[in-house]
Design a protein around this ligand. Structure first.
Ligand code: NAD
Ligand code: HSO
Ligand code: ZN
Length: 445
């Protein structure tokens, strides 16, 4: 991501009036919406998405969402509902932290409060394709966690409308309102708020392209973020039992998301590698007869086929690259699962095509990319919860722990810390009568 962020942004002269990198462009957009509010947001929406909206058009409300439910094909609506149910069932089955506390025999109270976030911003990609499935993948676990309000932001089409399938999915998932804004400008609106229109949210979740992902990284600290789920990735580890047509189809499925998406095959079978390359060429011709499609550009830039000595080496490579999606298209996937170092989601066996996970298998499809699976995971109910530690001292527990705390504070050179505890010890604890310094202790260091 950093390589792309630092490259000169094509078209920057027209967009920003001077040459800029993608990261500089994103910073400029964020600053302009932070300072300029709604007019700046509308200006970027016109420039980048071609939609000339007025301030009164910013929101899609519940009525338009309900109407969208009527407009989508009933079979599609039923599929969206089925997907919502499957995603919800998966997230309800997840282990989540619960509030707890315990009281020790000396009266020390220790525990954790757990509460859902109050307001979350959910980015739903819409630049190349209206990813209503990503809306479900963000809004459903938020709801399971008990989040107070989920504000969705998604880029409008050139006529200013939001695709009905996105609105229908929003209605199905219980989302109250949708902001017609995309890209870094939408991230700015969610993070900084829009005066009189939108309060800043506490956390921004959801996937997006390079601009969205860079913007989320920039606003982190001002608000929380779920991670950096950027351009899609698939890495297929395949053995000679894999069907080359199926493997090629799964590589193309992720490549079609974005010219920045990546699709990689790792195998120890030279025969399979050649068969997949031939299948790819054939399928790409059918998918993109003009020869200028997204999948072709993605494969040219980031597509790779690696030939390894054996399957163990192939799996080791997969773990090192830590892809968003790993397919184990091998005879005995369970033999290898435990040896995968890192991956956002692991698909087991020949039938488990990645797009099934994109839509309705159940686990979340908002997953770390760009190697971030080494240290982070996909969206879960826990993404929407915060924990607060609970600490309560009795007189007895204070007498036991206080002297050690005082000693440690003085060793760190923090006299005020030491005195804060000592003053209570001198008074004999919360139950003691004396609020002032103990006789004879004044001036002691
Ligand atoms: N990792 C995951 O979990 C996951 C899940 C779903 C989708 N995705 C990824 O989400 C992405 C969706 O991308 P998309 O582009 O279709 O939609 P998007 O909604 O993420 O981005 C569209 C926005 O990009 C901005 N933009 C476009 N060109 C720009 C420029 N030159 N300068 C500044 N801003 C610009 C515009 O504001 C536009 O509204 C894909 O990369 C896809 O692979 C990832
Ligand atoms: N493959 C994407 C995650 O990288 C998710 C998605 C949504 N719709 C289709 N695919
Ligand atoms: Zn996909």
């Amino acid at each position: 991501m950093d390589v792309l962020a630092r490259q000169e942004l094509p078209g920057a002269e027209t967009l920003f009036g001077r040459p800029l990198t993608a990261l500089e462009g994103v910073r400029e957009i964020l600053a302009s919406v932070r300072e300029g509010g709604v007019p700046a947001l509308l200006r970027w929406t016109r420039t980048l998405d071609g939609a000339a909206l007025g301030a009164e058009d910013l929101w899609v409300g519940p009525e338009e969402m309900e109407a969208a439910r009527e407009r989508v094909d009933p079979a599609l609506l039923a599929s969206i509902r089925r997907a919502r149910e499957r995603i919800e069932a998966f997230h309800r089955a997840e282990p989540v932290p619960h509030a707890w506390h315990r009281v020790d025999s000396d009266g020390l109270v220790l525990g954790q409060e757990v509460r859902p976030l109050r307001r979350v911003g959910l980015y739903v990609p819409g630049g190349r394709a209206p990813l209503f499935s990503s809306l479900l993948m963000g809004a459903v676990p938020a709801r399971v966690a008990g989040v107070g309000e989920v504000v969705v932001a998604t880029p409008p089409r050139r006529d200013g409308s939001v695709p009905p399938a996105i609105l229908a999915a929003a209605a199905e998932a219980g989302v109250a309102r949708v902001l017609r804004a995309g890209g870094a400008q939408a991230v700015a609106a969610l993070a900084y708020g829009l005066e009189g229109v939108l309060e800043p949210v506490e956390k921004i979740v959801g996937p997006g392209n390079l601009f969205v992902t860079l913007a989320k990284r920039e606003v982190f600290g001002q608000v929380g973020i779920d991670g950096l789920p950027g351009p899609s990735e698939v890495l297929v580890v395949a053995d000679a039992t894999a069907n080359p047509e199926w493997v090629a189809a799964d590589l193309l499925a992720q490549a079609e998301h974005d010219p920045d998406a990546s699709a990689v095959l790792v195998t120890a079978s030279e025969g399979l590698l050649q068969a997949v390359e031939a299948a790819l060429a054939r399928q790409l011709q059918r998918l993109d007869p003009q020869g200028d499609g997204v999948a072709r550009r993605s494969l040219e830039r980031w597509g790779k086929a690696l030939l390894c000595r054996d399957l163990a080496e192939a799996v080791a490579w997969a773990g090192r690259l830590a892809p968003e999606h790993l397919e184990l298209a091998v005879e005995d996937p369970w033999r290898w699962v435990g040896r995968v170092g890192a991956a956002g989601a692991i698909f087991l066996g020949h039938a488990a095509s990645e797009p099934l996970g994109d839509y309705l298998a159940g686990p979340d499809h908002i997953l770390p990319t760009n190697g971030a699976a080494r240290f982070s995971s996909g969206l879960s109910v826990e993404t929407f919860l915060i924990r607060s530690s609970l600490i309560g001292y009795s007189d007895e527990a204070l007498r036991r722990d206080g002297p050690a705390a005082v000693r440690m504070a003085r060793a760190e050179g923090l006299e005020a810390h030491a005195r804060a505890v000592e003053i209570r010890l001198e008074a004999g604890g919360p139950g003691g009568a004396d609020e002032g310094p103990a006789p004879g202790k004044e001036g002691e260091a």
